[in-house]
Write a protein that binds this ligand. Structure first.
Ligand code: GLA
Length: 745
């Protein structure tokens, strides 16, 4: 296997060709020693002659680098397509990296020093990352760059290096990039920014697709043509956030779900991020993604390094659907990890919307009894079981069972649930603290705060300072004690506010710019410990719904509560947008009561069920209040979840109709063998005097026959389903759904 080819060009300057399944990423060393981009797109054969294809010439009023020993040549700094652009040395576009030196000057000029290719993919210590299980799954290229600066005679050396890492996986069209900045000089420097990746495109027209949102409205799809200037998507909230998702894609304007070139950027990180595109005077697009430099300053003593998180670049010439397929496969196979990665996940019932804070052991056991009768496999006790938590004003940080609600403790409740045939799961919010808590009274300095300033509250709570090891350890000890003592098989890990007054009582003034990243490293350290001690625990991530649904958290939490909005119709856009990057098996989706608690809409049980079946299925309502018809429907839904969950784990998703652009939503999942599929169709609003056209399917075997084994009866030839489609005549009413489970005859 040779995924990475290094070609020696003129004057032994190397060119690098990273080969994907149907794509190539290529770059090399320019005559002036700079690392320059050549190509990211369709397959391109390695060729030394491409060394002639770096930009040359220059434009009026443009800066030009004339020569750097030992390299010669002229470099049009405003035009060159750079692999890792620097600040304050002639490239006026968006820099990837910037450093404040001990002498107060800023900037770098990074020159190629050397490279090495290694089999597999080295880990990123302390950070979540994609991985390999054997060295032949991938190859990694490491490029060493050094700042070209001569030291003043008699002064201590100033020397900064950057190491760029590129991993290509066999059989995939992804390149995983990351960057490390090291201080090799004799005095401290401060890293002001260190993006994970930057890519310069040749001049062309492109659309930018982003996934912005809000609480209960996560990851809506927005697409618009790029214009001159800067377009960014950034979070300063200390979390990846509901508002700005750490992902974007660039599409050729004619690209759609199934056709056209699409380039994706996805950051494996859960804190402040900034990504975007700058379209320059010559219509080049520079795309970048990494930790948000705003508020960030990382001090490096001599010999220290800063490791930026990784960004997953994916490419497809088969439209947005092709791009999603790249992300889905990689993320479910080599980002999510642990015992639950390949296991079918349990059908669950969560008590939050059923009871909120108002429950006791008998109420929970009654729900569990009905759940057991319906075939539900896991009971999740949500917020309100600890401290004195009868509302959201108190007790975060006091992870001790509330004996008023549960007099016989969690162990007893867990056993009662297990007696009904269900596993037991529990909600935690480990990073948070209520001002009204024993923990806060004991450690008022354990939260993020600035001395002398008011502490901004969100949902009456403060954020623990996870940049401090003793804080992480203190909370871990409490959580682990519960998990050791009660029969808990699942944890819902919540995080219900963003970070303000970002400062740490334990860091010196010159390191306060490190707090938000150190906090996230603390979150990851907590997750690592949990996974290490409780390898069989299934963890579902959550942050006020899908506020921290990102690749960083998915590394530790194989599924994520997609949104606090449980309305089936609102969920269509949320789940559709989420599926651009994330596989359906990561998407927590529950059937809740009507009228819906977030939008007050009433939809049929079947529709709520069909939409939830498109993700990791569960219920979140008081089952003891359902009538006989709804109970029968719920039982059938639970059975369907089990009958089709292998498709959720391994199937390929096709988005057939987009809820952002019309009244109809349609998705399908097809098994890798093409012998089985589920098709979900939802009509949001019916129209008079209007007939729905048949729905053309994708991904099926044209030579096969398929029979519907659950859903509207019928049997069709694959080619007919692909070319003519599935009849939608039965779909007539507002909020109505249909779901076919097709099997090859
Ligand atoms: C957040 C979660 C909900 C629920 C509540 C409990 O809002 O997203 O699912 O767990 O917290 O307080």
């Amino acid at each position: 296997m040779s995924l990475i080819t290094v070609v020696s060009g003129p004057e032994n300057r190397p060119l690098f060709f990273l080969r994907g399944a149907a794509s190539t990423y290529a770059f090399g060393v320019h005559p002036a020693g700079l690392l320059c981009h050549l190509h990211w797109g369709g397959p391109l054969a390695p060729d030394a002659a491409l060394a002639e294809r770096y930009e040359s010439g220059g434009i009026p009023f443009g800066p030009e680098l004339v020569r750097i020993p030992p390299f010669g040549g002229r470099a049009p700094l405003d035009l060159l397509r750079m692999e890792y652009p620097t600040a304050n040395t002639g490239d006026f576009r968006e820099p990837a990296v910037d450093v404040l030196h001990a002498d107060g000057t800023r900037g770098l000029r990074l020159i190629y020093v050397g490279h090495r290719v290694v089999a597999g993919k080295p880990a990123l210590p302390g950070l979540p990352a994609t991985y390999v299980e054997s060295a032949d799954e991938a190859e990694t290229l490491e490029i060493e760059l050094r700042d070209a600066r001569e030291d003043a005679p008699g002064e201590p050396a100033l020397c900064v290096e950057a190491t760029l890492r590129y991993t290509v996986f066999a059989g995939r069209d992804v390149v995983v990039r990351s960057a490390r900045v090291s201080n090799r000089g004799a005095r401290a420097v401060t890293v002001l920014r260190a993006a994970s990746a930057s890519v310069d495109f040749t001049p062309r027209r492109l659309d930018l697709l982003t996934l912005p949102g809000a609480w209960a409205r996560e990851r809506w799809v927005e697409r618009a043509p790029l214009r001159a200037g800067l377009h960014e998507s950034a979070s300063r909230r200390g979390a990846s956030s509901h508002q700005a998702h750490p992902f974007f894609a660039l599409l050729e304007p004619t690209a759609d779900e199934a056709r056209g070139e699409v380039h994706g950027f996805s950051l494996v990180y859960s804190g402040n991020h900034r990504g975007g595109v700058e379209v320059t005077q010559t219509s080049q697009a520079r795309a970048f993604l990494g930790i948000n430099p705003d508020g960030f300053a990382w001090r490096l003593e001599p010999g220290e390094s800063f490791q930026a998180p990784e960004v997953v670049l994916a490419y497809s010439a088969e439209g947005l659907g092709g791009l999603s397929a790249q992300y889905h496969r990689l993320y479910r196979e080599r980002l999510v990890r642990g015992a639950w990665r390949d296991r079918e996940r349990p059908v669950l019932i969560n008590n939050w919307e059923a009871t909120y804070f108002n429950f006791d052991a008998d109420k929970l056991a009654a729900i569990a009894r009905t759940a057991g009768e319906l075939g539900i496999e896991l009971f999740v006790l949500d917020d309100g079981w600890f401290g004195k938590r009868n509302d959201d004003t108190t007790s975060l940080g006091d992870w001790v069972v509330d004996r008023k609600k549960l007099p016989d403790g969690l162990g007893d409740l867990g056993r009662r649930i297990e007696a009904e045939g269900l596993r037991f799961g529990l909600w935690f919010e480990p990073e948070m603290i209520s001002a009204d808590s024993d923990l806060y009274r004991a450690h008022p300095d354990w939260c993020l705060h600035i001395p002398g300033r008011d502490r901004t509250e969100v949902r009456q709570q403060l954020v623990l300072d996870f940049s401090r090891r003793e804080v992480v350890e203190g909370v871990y000890a409490q959580v682990a004690k519960i998990l050791r003592e009660a029969p808990v098989g699942y944890v819902k890990w919540d995080m219900n506010r963003h970070l303000t007054e970002v400062a740490s009582a334990s860091l010196p003034p010159e390191r306060q710019g490190e707090v938000s990243h150190r906090h996230i490293l603390g979150v990851y350290a907590f997750a690592e410990r949990l996974a290490g001690e409780f390898p069989d625990l299934l963890i579902e991530g959550c942050s006020g719904g899908g506020g921290r649904y990102d690749p960083g958290m998915l590394h530790y939490t194989p599924q994520f509560w997609c949104s606090d909005n449980t309305d089936a119709i609102a969920r269509l856009r949320i789940q559709h947008g989420t599926s651009i990057v994330y596989p359906p098996c990561t998407m927590g989706a529950h059937v809740s009561a009507v009228p819906n608690h977030q939008v007050h809409r009433s939809t049929p049980m079947r529709t709520r069920g069909d939409v939830a079946l498109a993700g990791q299925f569960g219920f979140e309502l008081d089952l003891t209040k359902l009538d006989a018809a709804d109970l029968a429907e719920a039982k059938d839904l639970a059975a369907q979840a089990k009958a089709t969950r292998h498709l959720l784990r391994h199937g390929d998703l096709h988005r057939l109709q987009d809820p952002h652009t019309g009244n109809l939503t349609a998705w399908m999942l097809v098994s890798p063998e093409r012998d089985e599929a589920v098709v979900t169709v939802v009509l949001s609003l019916a129209e008079p005097n209007w007939r729905l056209p048949a729905l053309r399917l994708r991904g099926l075997d044209p030579g096969a026959r398929y029979r519907c084994v659950h859903g509207p009866a019928g049997e069709w030839r694959g080619d007919v389903l692909l070319c003519i489609g599935l009849p939608l005549d039965e779909l007539k009413q507002d909020f109505q759904s249909l779901r076919w489970h097709l099997k090859r005859v």
